[in-house]
Design a protein around this ligand. Structure first.
Ligand SMILES: Nc1ncnc2c1ncn2[C@@H]1O[C@H](COP(=O)(O)OP(=O)(O)OP(=O)(O)O)[C@@H](O)[C@H]1O
Ligand SMILES: [Mg+2]
Length: 250
């Protein structure tokens, strides 16, 4: 199957520190490709290179077959190269619904110009409610976003991302800070979404990664040292030594 996203030999250095080294990988329709690796391995840097927030020193990013390496973040996002999550974008004083509606409006842009105000608001709210329903948050639509639980905020962020109608999602530690129940909920939401929106998932929660990932690539000191299925990676001695550790029992 033709990849939605393809990275070819991406490199990024900060001075003498080579943070990503010849990183190549693909994300194909229907899959979650997880990127795991120790702190400082270069995972967030890689996501920045893919989204366009960081310029690569060399290498290319192909999205739906087109080379988008030279495009700025906004242009990549408009094409459907979904955003990442390390910085929260939730507006706490607005309701969950309003937060998503703002995302819908940002995506729709000028196409709402000819709508009457009331019709426009109805249309925005309908779309926003649909995205909230996708992540199972429709009952909380009118709750102030700042009053949502931590886990609900993380799924709200996914609903906001959905408002951008992404064709692929880049997720940087979506489970960070989530408790066991919240993680389980995120796993369920992401597991359902992946059939329509493939994802590149950076995550430290190995239980979540092993449940969700179709493929895993292991990044160590900026280099992919192994790539394969969950079973391949669990059983790979180099991966165990470099990252997973034997005490985890994996
Ligand atoms: N703007 C920067 N200037 C200099 N060095 C940087 C910069 N951003 C990141 N680094 C360095 O690059 C390396 C990779 O950082 P990065 O944040 O990509 O790692 P990571 O794999 O996401 O780690 P974590 O799991 O802790 O989130 C680290 O050594 C970091 O200190
Ligand atoms: Mg990081």
């Amino acid at each position: 199957m033709a990849p939605v996203l393809e990275l070819k030999n991406l490199n990024k250095a900060y001075g003498a520190l080579q943070v990503t080294k010849n990183v190549s990988l693909t994300v194909v329709p229907g899959e979650i490709h997880a990127v795991i690796g120790p702190n400082g391995a270069g995972k967030t840097t890689l996501i920045g290179q893919i989204s366009g927030a960081l310029a690569s020193d060399n290498g290319d990013v192909y999205f739906e077959g087109d080379n988008v390496t030279g495009l700025p973040v906004a242009k990549r996002a408009l094409r459907g190269l979904g955003r990442s999550f390390q910085i929260t974008s939730i507006l706490p004083e607005f309701s969950a619904l309003e937060n998503v509606a703002l995302g819908v409006q940002a995506k729709a842009g000028h196409s709402f110009r000819f709508f009457k105000a009331a019709a426009k608001e109805q249309s925005l709210n309908d779309s926003a409610l649909r995205h909230l329903a996708t992540v199972g948050l429709e009952q909380r639509a009118n709750v102030r976003a700042g009053d949502l639980s931590h886990g609900e905020k993380r799924v709200l962020e996914i609903a906001i991302a959905l408002a951008g109608e992404p064709k692929v999602l880049l997720l940087d530690e979506p489970m960070a800070g989530a408790g066991p129940e919240e993680s389980a909920r995120l796993v369920e939401v992401l597991g359902q979404l992946k059939t329509t929106i493939p994802m590149l998932l950076v995550e430290h929660d190995m239980d979540a990664v092993f449940q969700l990932a179709d493929r895993i690539s292991v990044l160590v000191y900026g280099e992919i040292i192994a790539s394969g299925t969950v079973d391949d990676i669990r059983g790979n001695p180099a991966v165990k030594e470099a990252y997973l550790g034997t005490e985890d029992g994996v």
